[in-house]
Ligand binder design. Structure first.
Ligand code: PLP
Length: 377
């Protein structure tokens, strides 16, 4: 099997699984329990928080564990607008955010919020200037992702944060960094981002665990869940100790020779692009520079058919985001690509484990797909 869908999810290294097993079977205490096993579990959670925070260069207390990136996004958005409820009802985002941002914003629009959706250019880019031009007195939230999950475009979050400060905007800045974390520079506290969403399963961690960075200066940030007061009262519920430990272990593993790992992914991406472009008709869709995501199109060959056919040949890629299930992606639609190009978009995404053989297998599978299918008009 050739797995080239690391933007959808990643394999969990054995060291991460082993760590989780040890916690599940040995150190399974409840972090709230008042005996040594409980206190050890609480200390473990804090160690893991510190490990992840060190990588983000933020205070450990600024990180709150959640169940996934989707939860972090929903919470960030809901609580940000509640936080600024007396300031206004205008929100700025991009038309190419993940549905975990767009859907909560759609719900807010139904509740009377006005949402400005910034359009990307035809290569998928968004500029900070677009955000500043859309900014108003009553803007309460700007939500811009760090790396787009379909195109690999890196958005200028640091520049946006700086510009909001310079303009003395009262808007909070949320960043969905689920695809950016450990792929591109990511430093919410240094940049002045208020809220940042993370997810473990995109970096070799388990599914079911994420985090939200909450700027410590946001006092009385609205909790997500009320209950036993875990996570400093912001997200009650017994801490998922094994998942948290798996998240931290995955971060540690990725951090080991991270520069080399990213260079490896970027080199494979370049190799893949060059090789696929030798297939007649193949196009590069975006200039996205994140090292792990390549967006190409085989115009005239519907991507859903490509993905299914390649899957049967043992090659896993995706038609844009894994969340679309065959429907034309809102990202590609927003880029305004010609219909045949849009219909043939495929996303190939890489991890540290990816090899040239995986890409050669993809190349052969795509050539065989093209040879055996009639293109649509
Ligand atoms: N945001 C982006 C950019 C993503 O790519 C994804 C997952 O594909 C998510 C959010 C959702 O993360 P999770 O799967 O952890 O809910």
């Amino acid at each position: 099997m050739h797995y080239l869908d690391h933007a959808a999810t990643t394999p969990v290294p054995k060291a991460v699984a082993d760590r989780m097993y040890d916690i599940l079977t040995g150190q399974f205490g409840n972090p709230s329990a008042q005996y040594p096993m409980g206190r050890d579990a609480a200390a473990l959670v804090e160690d893991c928080r510190a490990t992840i925070a060190a990588v983000l260069r933020c205070k450990a207390a600024a990180l709150v564990f959640t169940s996934c990136g989707t939860e972090s996004n929903n919470w960030a958005i809901r609580s940000a607008v509640w936080h600024s409820r007396h300031t206004g009802k205008h929100i700025i985002t991009t038309a190419v955010e993940h549905s975990a941002v767009l859907e909560p914003l759609k719900a807010l629009a139904q509740e009377g919020y006005e949402v400005t959706y910034l359009k990307p250019d035809n290569r998928g880019s968004i500029t900070a200037r677009q955000v500043f031009d859309a900014l108003r007195e009553d803007t309460v939230l700007v939500s811009v992702m760090l790396v787009n999950n379909e195109t690999g475009c890196i958005f200028p979050v640091e520049e946006i944060a700086r510009g909001l400060r310079e303009r003395k905007s009262r808007a909070l800045l949320h960043c969905d960094a689920v695809q950016g974390f450990l792929k591109v520079p990511c430093a919410p506290a240094d940049w002045g981002v208020d809220l940042m969403s993370l997810s473990a399963h995109k970096i070799g961690g388990p599914k079911g665990i994420g985090a939200l960075y909450v700027n410590p200066s946001l006092r009385s940030f609205r909790p997500l869940l009320y209950g036993g007061g875990q996570e400093r009262g912001l997200r009650s519920g017994t801490e998922a100790t094994a998942q948290i430990a798996g998240f931290a272990k995955a971060v540690e593993l990725r951090m080991d020779h991270l520069t080399e790992k990213l260079a490896h992914m970027a080199a494979l991406k370049a190799y893949c692009r060059t090789k696929l472009l030798t297939i007649p008709g193949m196009e590069t869709v975006s200039d996205g520079t994140a090292p792990h995501i390549l967006c190409m199109s085989l115009p005239g060959y519907p991507s859903a058919n490509i993905v299914t056919d390649l899957g049967e040949q043992g090659v896993c890629i995706s038609a844009g985001s894994a969340c679309h299930k065959g429907k034309a992606s809102h990202v590609i639609t927003a880029m305004g690509l010609p219909k045949r190009t849009a219909a043939g978009v495929i996303r190939i995404s890489f991890g540290p484990e990816t090899t040239r053989e995986d890409i050669d297998a993809l190349f052969e599978a795509l050539k065989s797909h093209q040879a055996n299918r009639f293109p649509m008009l």
